[in-house]
Design a protein around this ligand. Structure first.
Ligand code: NAD
Ligand code: AKB
Length: 314
């Protein structure tokens, strides 16, 4: 068995930065290669520039670094994705196929593909959304991730690739800024509350969405990837849930710490995207199969976010 060497694509993103750190804690710094089209700030070596649209460079990196596992995070998210649908499809889906083919060629032992609640659409039941439901996503991001899930299933069934996947809700963390999604408001709101005491929200006050604190998302990812093979019964995205709230509810929670905090609402094109997603998720398959359990709710997440962000703005 070759020693574990992990490649992270999109490592400079909101999740990539934190996940790469955690993987380095678990496997050792030199065993986790961060790659992105943007250089990470600070000491994030080992790092390599990798445009995931370049299959030749991907293969060179897999060979040069003896990679055995891939966490393929690089993507264009829901809101930004709508500005250039063909580019989004290319990065999110065509590049995934390139990674799959390279994974086969280089006999990659394990691969992680992050899916999302954006796979759901207007025909999906909105409350306590079950694992297997109609998917009719209406963003190019959602279409690319729903299709990506099918390819995960295919590469596992056809070629035996050990690919594992989660449908992340909106992820909220203090360590990094979000990269152009519809749930970004739930990170921005903490920064603006501390910086300016007010926030103009781009979603309506009663838009309820599934969300999760970064620490839980990272723990879920590591637990899924470390679970024994016989515990993994789904090769497309496992539903994953922690909390659901509206902009009005998160603002009320922040007001417990910053009583003068003010929120106003000016919904834009992202409202239609958010309204097409579901409000809450049934993640019993993840709980039953590999023991998933979240730690944070809205109250404990808000305490921790403000604790970590306050020093930045005081
Ligand atoms: P992000 O937008 O913050 O980061 C994505 C990274 O991909 C960026 O650093 C970007 O530079 C990189 N990238 C873009 N195009 C690239 C290319 N051609 N080659 C190489 N790198 C490229 O995204 P994130 O929030 O960190 O999300 C990571 C993954 O998790 C994505 O696949 C996303 O779909 C998924 N996800 C995220 C959330 C969330 O709330 N953050 C929720 C559900 C799913
Ligand atoms: C987005 O809003 O696009 C992401 C996601 C839920 O996939 N945060």
């Amino acid at each position: 068995m070759k020693p574990t060497k992990i490649l992270v694509t999109g490592a400079n993103g909101q999740i990539g930065r934190v996940l790469t750190e955690k993987l380095r804690e678990v496997h050792g710094k030199e065993s986790v290669l961060a790659t992105d089209i943007h250089k990470l700030e600070g000491d994030h070596e080992p790092y390599q520039f990798l445009d995931i649209l370049n299959p030749q460079r991907l293969r060179e990196i897999l060979a040069d670094h003896d990679i055995t596992q891939i966490y393929h995070l690089a993507a264009i998210l829901s809101a930004n994705g709508e500005w250039n649908p063909m580019k989004t499809w290319n990065v999110n889906l065509n590049a995934l196929l390139t990674v799959f083919e390279a994974a086969r060629e280089f006999e990659i032992q394990k691969m992680f593909f992050p899916s999302t609640i954006a796979v759901f659409g207007n025909t999906t039941p909105r409350l306590n959304t079950a694992q297997d439901v109609p998917l009719l996503p209406n963003t190019v991001y959602g279409i690319s991730k729903a299709t990506g899930e099918l390819w995960c299933n295919y590469y596992h069934q056809r070629y035996g690739l050990d690919v594992r996947s989660l449908r992340y809700p909106g992820i909220i963390g203090w360590q990094s800024l979000p990269g152009g999604g519809t749930t970004d408001y739930a990170v921005e709101i903490y920064h603006e509350a501390l910086k300016h005491g007010e926030y103009k929200c781009f979603l309506a006050k009663d838009t309820r969405l599934p969300m999760m604190y970064m620490e839980d998302a990272i723990n879920a990812t590591i637990s899924l990837m470390e679970a024994p093979m016989d515990k993994i019964h789904l090769r497309y995205g496992y539903n994953l849930s922690a909390m659901s709230f509206t902009p009005e509810e998160i603002a009320e929670e922040i007001k417990k710490h910053i009583p003068d905090f003010k929120i106003t609402y000016e919904p834009d094109y992202r409202q239609a995207i958010a309204s097409s997603w579901t409000e809450s998720i049934d993640d019993s398959k993840a709980r039953d199969d590999w023991g998933w359990k979240p730690k944070y709710d809205l109250e404990s997440m808000t305490n921790d976010m403000l604790l970590h962000l306050k020093p930045l703005y005081s």
